[in-house]
Design a protein around this ligand. Structure first.
Ligand code: DPN
Ligand code: ZN
Length: 493
């Protein structure tokens, strides 16, 4: 008798609570409670869904401007919108130009040309001038390039800077020749144009063709080129969702990029980060937070961190100061993984981030060592993913990754298993980056690491240095200089 009354009362309370407000939302989030809600089945299901978005579309990828990417953006946004009492969500539009096709004729002879992302479409015909050195300095360029086509070497600084220098001197077009053998498919100027006249039509050519032009010119010959590039203006979107609850002036910003390269569906890079964030955002709605949690899914990372850069540029200093820490998650499920933490304190690679970055690294170290109880390594904090523009703006950052094209060492093999002498992800930027090629054991450890950091900072920023001190700003500025001389500028441009 007593038991059944008690059982009835319990059911009634649930129903009443269910009609009013979910009692679970009153409970302050903890790392453990949030981690427990992250399940591999939910991640796996969403990985297959993103793969379907790619394969159901004509391009079979999720590159910016594609149906597969738009489907990804719509899906994430609509999923978050289901929790409209918990999150404010908006899409930040970013217009840009994507290259469709290119034609080049050199001295009347047709040669292979590659469309270059971000460059405007158009036609140019005229004498070719080879820009000496690396074309990274204004002084490399002749004062007057009116009516000319500039030939620049790819690499060392972003090609967008080279094209902008050429355009400012009057060039009508630019040819970028490759610094390695092979094609320039999917190449972009890697820098958002600063004005409508910043860029001129630009086409990529192979290393061999570029070197051929240079030897003709240095033998005193004339070279004339005609280039045509077709580009499409698109609007692509960052997605920003923020908890309505929590201190809106002290934000933990967790993010990753939603786009893929053109070569394939991009499920590790970066379906894995996008999905981890989405699943955590869903599960977080069962709890309350002390600090606001902002989730972002950046667009156009693969074209040069463009979405994140565009977003940071859109913030005034007051808004930047509200972001206590930005965490980036890019490649969470590499098949031959290592558990890598961004080296925010510079202990392994000498490049530190703004104050708070070292503490973020320590928090992930704590997670791997004491909670997941797995080995971990560090990865250079070089700005090679979306946290780069945040570092530039003096915002503390951190994150974890599983590895891209880098080769697993023997020592890492001892730590993580897999295979030494093989890339962390053999399918990196290839068509094999699919849901079946992920490492789900690694992914769940990583996703729970994101959940741990999200919950920890949603509760408190006490472990971070105080906000807004002059010392903080001064240090951030010196670091920025170091960062510019490093990483992304030298390795992958
Ligand atoms: N920036 C990544 C990409 O999207 O290609 C690769 C990468 C991720 C490299 C994480 C280092 C760390
Ligand atoms: Zn990526």
């Amino acid at each position: 008798m007593w038991t059944s009354i008690a059982a009835f009362a319990a059911v009634a309370a649930t129903v009443v609570d269910g009609l009013a407000i979910d009692p679970r939302s009153n409970k302050l989030v903890t790392s453990e409670a949030l981690r427990k809600r992250i399940k591999v089945a939910a991640l796996e299901e969403k990985a297959h869904l993103l793969e379907r978005f790619a394969y159901d579309s004509p391009d079979k990828n999720r590159v910016i401007g594609s149906e597969g990417h738009q489907a990804t953006i719509d899906y994430i946004t609509n999923t978050i919108k289901k929790f409209s009492k918990y999150y404010d969500v908006y899409q930040q539009p970013m217009p840009l130009s994507v290259g469709l096709s290119a034609n080049v004729t050199i001295n009347g002879k047709e040669t292979e040309g590659y469309a270059v992302g971000l460059a405007p479409g158009g036609h140019a015909s005229g004498p070719v001038i080879a820009i000496p050195n690396l074309a990274c300095e204004e002084s490399d360029f002749p004062d007057d390039l009116t009516g000319k086509i500039a030939l620049v070497f790819r690499g060392t600084c972003v090609s967008g800077e080279k094209v902008a220098f050429a355009a400012a001197k009057g060039a009508i077009g630019v040819l970028v020749y490759n610094n390695v053998e092979g094609n320039l498919l999917g190449y972009s100027l890697q820098r958002y144009p600063e004005s409508d006249t910043d860029y001129v039509p630009t086409v990529g050519i192979s290393q061999a063709v570029g070197e051929g032009i240079i030897s003709l010119l240095s033998a005193g010959g004339n070279v004339t080129a005609e280039l045509t590039s077709e580009a499409k203006d698109i609007t692509t979107y960052n997605i920003i969702a923020q908890t309505k609850g929590g201190d809106q002036n002290n934000v933990i910003h967790v993010s990753g990029h939603s786009d893929s390269v053109a070569q394939g569906p991009g499920i590790n890079d970066n379906g894995s980060g996008s999905i981890s964030l989405l699943e955590i955002a869903i599960q977080l709605t069962h709890f309350s937070v002390k600090n606001a949690v902002r989730f972002s899914w950046w667009t156009a990372e693969e074209e040069g961190l463009l979405g994140a850069e565009f977003y940071v540029k859109s913030l005034n200093q007051t808004e930047k100061d509200k972001i206590r820490l930005m965490l980036d998650f890019d490649m969470m499920a590499s098949p031959n993984y290592a558990f890598q933490i961004y080296d925010g304190d510079g202990s392994a690679y000498n490049l530190t981030g703004p104050p708070g970055s070292a503490e973020a690294e320590a928090e992930f170290t704590h997670y791997f060592e004491n909670i997941a109880k797995v080995n971990h390594t560090e990865i250079e904090f070089d700005g090679r993913s979306d946290y780069g523009p945040f570092l530039d703006a003096g915002i503390a950052a951190g994150g974890i990754a599983c590895g891209a094209e880098g080769i697993k060492t023997e020592e890492e093999f001892q730590m993580f298993g897999g295979a030494a002498g093989v890339p962390y992800d053999v399918n990196y930027h290839e068509d094999g980056d699919t849901a079946n090629n992920l490492n789900y054991d690694a992914w769940i450890v990583m996703a729970r690491g994101i959940a741990h950091s999200t919950a920890t900072y949603a509760r408190s920023f006490d472990s971070l240095p105080p906000k807004n001190s002059t010392a903080v700003k001064a240090r951030a500025e010196t670091q920025m200089f170091e960062y510019k001389k490093s990483g992304r500028y030298l390795s992958m441009i």
